[in-house]
Design a protein around this ligand. Structure first.
Ligand SMILES: [Zn+2]
Length: 461
């Protein structure tokens, strides 16, 4: 697209190496931004009221984190923004409609969208105990409620049967039918972790087959990156895809999962799913015992008195991350900011996932190409969740952009005791959300309202 000679853009980003995720190439060009949109992508000279010199830097679409627990938390959003995250999709646990309404009215640092949680929102609405199966009439009522959320712009329905053991296949089938009728995917945590998870793929495949719904299997590394199960899991997914089922998956880039201690993950016998571990391997990542490891007494105490305490468990196979990343149907999400999240607590995904992907897996280890990595956090999730106005740098699309130094980008955040979970990464130069610069270097610029509530219904061309 050629700019008219006289046009002065609000922002001109000059001489950057622009990642064209549609054509799988990197082009040196100038980018003109007007208002909240990308107005020009050109090799010709352009000028803007604000000029950004991107010489030697990579200019990518804003990173989309489609599975996080930011859910309106300003501190979590700040961490996410500093690592290049411009859009976060959440709602896996609670859907605090007040928070979402506020975002809709006054904006947010980054874009925030939501899915509907079967496990918490739908079941809680009808007070269905987590250990029992829902009745036919309860399933019908949940379906009606799910439909209301989908009409209001939710982008999918999320299931976590590991946390809600009473979830029946029947319940998942009915809700998957609702999702399908709105052309929305379902997002699924498996019923078990480790090798035990393999037996439960059948259930997911059956749901995909019987309803035709698109399925996103969440966080492979934390579920099947354990006990050598990843290669078997990938094989199952590949065979299912070959048979025509619409199944994709995602993974984080850490070999340590973090979850609240009160959840079903740590129910009686939990160690069996993770191999050679015990409570002594569990790192306390929030609360007054921050940085300590559990013992039996502490484990019981926290489970009963402080179930919201975040625990980090190093149980995953490191090589399983790369194994998953090499597959084009495996995207990257963070699963970040679960449990309480504020300064100094939590796990490093919230500040490090994308730079770790681009620094360690792309530059240092050469596991995948830069373009393939960027696609996993931009255009692929955008297409998956039907958000067609973000995910690529093209005139007319929303101006969500990350400018970074590919030679120096690296995560600096770490687990408590080993570093700061919220240490910003190196190598991010600028982050723009809807045409506004929100991060410069490692700092927020103070523009904290340019993010929007994403509704699937209105986030399409
Ligand atoms: Zn999660």
């Amino acid at each position: 697209m050629k700019p008219p000679k006289s046009e002065i853009y609000d922002i001109a980003i000059k001489n950057g190496n622009i990642v064209d995720v549609r054509e799988n190439r990197i082009i040196q060009a100038n980018l003109g931004i007007s208002g909240d949109k990308i107005a020009a992508l050109t090799e010709e000279e352009i000028s803007g009221r604000q000029m950004i010199d991107a010489s030697g830097l990579t200019v990518a679409p804003g990173f989309i984190d489609f599975h996080s627990h930011v859910d309106g938390n300003e501190y979590s959003a700040a961490c996410m923004a500093k690592q290049g995250g411009t859009t976060t999709l959440g709602g896996e646990r609670n859907l605090n409609s007040k928070v979402y309404r506020e975002i809709e009215e006054t904006g947010f640092l980054i874009n925030q969208g939501f899915s509907i949680s079967q496990s918490f929102v739908l079941r809680n609405a009808f007070r269905i105990d987590m250990n029992r199966a829902a009745s036919a009439s309860e399933i019908k009522a949940m379906s009606t409620l799910a439909e209301r959320f989908l009409q209001h712009g939710a982008f999918g329905i999320c299931f976590a049967p590991e946390l809600i053991p009473g979830t029946s296949t029947e319940e998942m089938l009915e809700l998957a039918r609702v999702a399908k009728s709105y052309e929305c995917p379902i997002l699924v945590h498996m019923r078990k972790d480790g090798r035990e998870a393999l037996a439960y793929f059948d259930e997911i495949l059956r749901i995909a087959e019987e309803t035709g719904v698109s399925v996103q299997i969440l966080q492979l590394i934390y579920m099947v990156g354990i006990g050598g199960a990843m290669s078997d899991a990938l094989k199952i997914i590949e065979d299912a895809r070959k048979s025509g089922l619409d199944i994709t998956a995602d993974s984080g880039v850490y070999d340590t999962f973090s979850a609240c201690i009160g959840t079903g993950i740590f129910d009686e016998g939990w160690e069996k799913e993770y191999g050679d571990v015990s409570v002594n391997d569990l790192l306390i990542s929030s609360g007054i015992h921050l940085g300590e490891y559990c013992n039996e007494e502490m484990f019981q105490y926290l489970r009963t008195r402080h179930p919201e305490t975040l625990i980090s468990a190093s149980v995953c196979d490191r090589e399983a991350i790369t194994m998953a990343l090499k597959k084009d149907y495996v995207y990257v999400s963070t699963n970040a900011a679960d449990g309480p999240h504020y300064m100094g607590v939590g796990a490093p995904e919230i500040s490090g996932t994308f730079p770790r992907l681009l620094g360690r897996h792309v530059r240092e280890n050469n596991d995948i190409s830069l373009i393939d990595a960027i696609k996993k956090i931009t255009i692929l999730p955008a297409l998956r969740f039907g958000l067609s106005c973000i995910g690529s740098i093209e005139p007319g699309k929303n101006a969500d952009i990350v400018i970074f130094d590919k030679e120096h980008i690296i995560d600096r955040s770490d687990f408590v005791g080993q570093g700061k979970p919220d240490e910003p990464p190196d190598g991010i130069a600028y982050v723009l959300v809807n045409g506004k610069v929100i991060v410069e270097g490692k700092e927020l610029t103070g523009d904290i309202h340019s993010g929007r509530l994403i509704k699937k219904t209105s986030y399409q061309f």
